[in-house]
Ligand binder design. Structure first.
Ligand SMILES: *Cc1c(COP(=O)(O)O)cnc(C)c1O
Length: 362
């Protein structure tokens, strides 16, 4: 079998080896089915079971109660930038957005096509090196909802606690940190996440929606853009991403076997801790982009003293089997994305590589 390298890509991103091996083993024919998951009908009993198991396990992992519906849709997190305002903004037609990076800005762009957007807080002036403090967030108590991005994939910042929004429904784009730790889902009205960062392959978007929110979806909406229609049809209004849901189901089982999200969080803290320690103890050779209080556990962004040195590190790292370390063009530098599935050994190896590189070039 082909040897695997360390994949630090921000998304689509690394998946657990156990999941890939099981999918590979069963790709030709699912046990007892005689057909590949790529070939089965989305209306078959086999798929009914896959989607039901995936929902059940995700509900357990995140302790989601019966007050919420779970959906697997397509169109990526980017379609949610439109679906959220189309479904949830009326009749007030105004919502609060907390802007902490490029993805929040894209969410704002689409929401403005539907109604009035109040920028409740933005850290753009500081090049998104942090998320805002609670006292900086200027909320409208009459807003239809408050939208925020829990983890800023590009800048490497993260909310370690969700903003307090009182009685206003809280909506979250959790694309790049869903399932990295247990959260109190009851604080949210809606959570959405493109699967390809921390849950599965691209092509499927996971949505958790509180049942009362469904009353807002108007009949005049296009069916494919209407949460209520998708809920009424159990994510099967049209053909869903069958393979994507299958992989999410395997990933959920992998998380369960690992001991659930508290166990996962502990490992994530350890992994990120190793990299941030290496940055902090480098006497300024490596400079983290995010301020310490806003550091992401999923995407670690850092720079070196010159772009030439950054290029050199990326090219030597890539030759040594560390792939995908080039930072997003809007931040520059480097980004190590170390989602749930990224092995601790890979982080340890990167840290020794970075220390070695500093010795030779510092
Ligand atoms: C990747 C990402 C998106 C965009 O996801 P698509 O599935 O490509 O539409 C949106 N928000 C966040 C936080 C992301 O990391």
């Amino acid at each position: 079998m082909e040897k695997r390298i360390y994949n630090f890509s921000a998304g689509p991103a690394i998946l657990p080896e156990e999941v890939l091996k099981e999918a590979q083993e069963h790709l030709f024919a699912l046990p007892g089915v005689g057909m590949s998951v790529l070939e089965i009908s989305h209306r078959s009993k086999v798929f009914d079971k896959i989607i039901a198991e995936a929902k059940e396990d995700l509900k357990k992992l995140l302790a989601i109660d019966d007050n919420y519906e779970l959906l697997f849709l397509q169109g990526g997190a980017s379609l949610q930038f439109s679906m959220v305002p189309l479904n949830l903004m009326p009749p007030k037609n105004k919502a609060d957005y907390i802007v902490t990076g490029s993805w929040s800005k894209k969410a704002v762009k689409e929401a403005k096509r539907v109604g009035t957007v109040n920028i409740a807080a933005s850290t753009e002036q500081e090049n998104f090196t942090r998320v805002p403090k609670q006292e900086e967030i200027k909320l409208d108590p009459d807003a239809a909802y408050v939208h925020f991005t829990s983890n800023n994939t590009i800048y490497g910042t993260e909310f370690h606690k969700e903003p307090e929004v009182g009685k206003v429904p809280l909506v979250c784009d959790a694309s790049s940190d869903i399932l990295h730790k247990k959260i109190d889902v009851n604080k949210y009205a809606l959570i959405y996440a493109g699967a390809q960062k921390n849950m599965g392959p691209s092509g499927v978007t996971f949505i958790i929606i509180r049942k009362d929110m469904l009353e807002r979806s108007q009949d005049t909406l296009h069916s494919m853009l209407n949460y209520k229609i998708h809920v009424d049809n159990g994510s099967l209004y049209n053909t869903p991403a069958v393979f994507g849901v299958y992989i999410i189901n395997l990933v959920a089982k992998w998380l369960k076997n690992l001991g659930g999200l508290d166990a996962m969080y502990k490992i994530n803290e350890e992994k990120a801790g190793l990299l941030y320690k290496c940055i902090d103890e480098s006497s300024g050779f490596y400079k983290g982009h995010a301020l310490p209080e806003s550091r992401s556990l999923m995407n670690i962004t850092f720079r070196l003293n010159s772009e030439d040195l950054e290029k050199k590190l990326i090219s030597e790292a890539s030759a040594a089997g560390f792939d995908g370390l080039k930072g997003h063009r809007s931040v520059g530098g480097l980004r190590a994305s170390i989602y749930n599935a990224f092995p601790k050994k890979g982080v340890e190896d990167l840290v020794s590589f970075m220390k070695d590189f500093q010795k030779k070039n510092g």
